[in-house]
Design a binder for this molecule. Structure first.
Ligand SMILES: [Zn+2]
Length: 62
């Protein structure tokens, strides 16, 4: 599972070349921010889960 502020890798890297995204909003839509160029994209939750490859860092380890 994934949580707010986790760092995730997507199936497709960002055009800037990086593939590390921070989850900055969770809701009906998920907002992720590229940790390299700071660009923010918003995806419907279902689409986010389809494009998610893996969680790289968990913000809250509880
Ligand atoms: Zn980027």
């Amino acid at each position: 599972m994934y949580n707010l502020h986790d760092i995730v890798e997507m199936k497709k890297p960002h055009p800037c070349g990086a593939n590390r995204w921070e989850i900055i909003r969770m809701g009906m839509d998920i907002k992720i921010q590229c940790t390299s160029c700071q660009r923010i994209i918003m995806l419907p939750r279902r689409e986010f889960e389809k494009k998610l490859k893996k969680v790289l860092e968990t913000a809250n380890k509880d």
